[in-house]
Design a protein around this ligand. Structure first.
Ligand code: SF4
Ligand code: SF4
Length: 367
């Protein structure tokens, strides 16, 4: 394995730092990256991609490091792994061209897709009957867009999204030699659900200064569980419609509306908090390339929730037609960005945790 040649400056810098850290080992109790690093003597590209996605960028190893700048070793593990991680999203994306497109212009592409879909729905309904677009329909969305058309459109996009996510994660999993996916689930699932490695070894994440705090972890939890609640609302509404024959609109206190509203609140509080922390974060801890994909998913989650609440509040008024078109456009834009933005990054992190669980269980030295 000696004399590994690495293709990019970012990989070469990460490899240089991993060799220094492997000799130092001061940070081994902070997170999973250092114990996983200690199981290796050499670092090929797939090892570095694995370690980069295992890193949750809490910043603790930068604050603790005696070799960080201005020391001549210039050790900055969070920033080096962030750059490798960003490159890995592009490398494993399916199709790869979309990964590069979203990496550079993620927010603009997603907003354009959302507005295009909303514009198409408005134009189509207007063309068929303008009175329907601005009429009162007592919350009956299907007066504007028949249920079959709505289900067909979202079903086709959902199939594409699941396919793109599956192929991207499979590429990553195979490249890092993940191992058994079945046995690694319980520990990896626990670490992912509790966001264990956003703990920075106990104190939390370092954001704008060296004082660690739990804020980043809390906002991630709001986002994660808000997303799950909204997903649950969609599943319940699907069961109502197809199995029980109860079409929308649903009452304010019905299960789909209660679950969706609770999830929507989480998806406003969590992503806004994360965007705020991102803006205030010390730039030395991050990949400083302008990354539209980094913020696109968070912005689209907030817009989905806000347009969803507006639709719920104004569904009995003539504004329902325009709001429904806007909400559907935003949801579709969110779906399309999922294989290339923050969402798929979460899946890579879970895959890295699963490989880490396999390595811990086997205890084997990787050479
Ligand atoms: S980050 Fe610094 S202190 Fe921590 S293991 Fe690496 S070289 Fe040592
Ligand atoms: S930034 Fe945090 S998660 Fe990443 S390597 Fe350093 S201590 Fe570990």
């Amino acid at each position: 394995m000696q004399g590994i040649s690495l293709a990019t400056d970012n990989l070469r810098e990460a490899e240089r730092l991993m060799r220094i850290c492997n000799a130092c080992r001061y940070c081994e109790g902070l997170c999973a990256v250092f114990p996983a690093m200690e199981m290796r003597r050499f670092f090929a590209a797939e090892d570095l991609n694995y370690l980069a996605n295992l890193c949750h960028q809490c910043g603790a190893c930068y604050s603790d490091c005696q070799y960080s700048p201005p020391h001549e070793f210039s050790v900055n593990v969070p920033a080096a792994l962030a750059r490798v991680r960003t490159d890995s999203y592009d490398e494993y994306a399916w199709p790869r061209a979309f990964g590069a497109l979203f990496e550079r212009n993620g927010l603009a592409v997603t907003l354009l897709a959302a507005l295009s879909v909303a514009g198409f729905i408005v134009g189509f309904v207007w063309w068929r009957d303008p009175d329907v677009l601005f009429g009162r329909h007592a919350g009956d969305f299907y007066k504007l867009m028949p249920h079959g058309a709505m289900a067909g459109l979202f079903g086709a996009v959902a199939i594409y999204v699941v396919l793109a996510l599956t192929l991207s994660v499979r590429r990553f999993w195979r490249d890092i030699h993940g191992g058994s996916a079945v046995r690694s689930w319980p520990p990896a699932g626990h670490d992912a659900a509790t966001l264990r490695y956003l703990g920075g070894g106990g104190g939390g994440c370092t954001s704008e200064n060296e004082r660690p705090s739990a804020q980043r972890r809390i906002y991630h939890h709001f986002t994660f569980y808000g997303f799950l609640l909204c997903f649950a609302a969609t599943i319940v509404a699907t069961i109502y419609h197809f199995l029980l024959g109860w079409p929308a609109p649903y009452a304010v206190l019905s299960a789909p509306v209660v679950l969706g509203s609770a999830g929507g609140l989480g998806l406003i509080i969590g992503p806004i908090g994360l965007l705020r922390l991102k803006l205030r974060r010390d730039p030395i801890l991050t990949d400083q390339r302008p990354l539209g994909l980094d913020s696109a998913f968070l912005v689209m989650l907030v817009l989905t929730s806000i347009t969803g609440f507006a639709l719920l509040l104004l569904r009995d008024t003539p504004a329902m037609g325009l709001l429904l078109a806007l909400h559907l456009g935003v949801v579709l834009g969110l779906f399309l960005s999922m294989p290339y933005g923050k969402f798929v990054h979460g899946l890579y992190r879970v895959a890295a945790l699963m490989k880490y669980a396999n390595e811990r269980r086997s205890g084997a030295f990787v050479d």
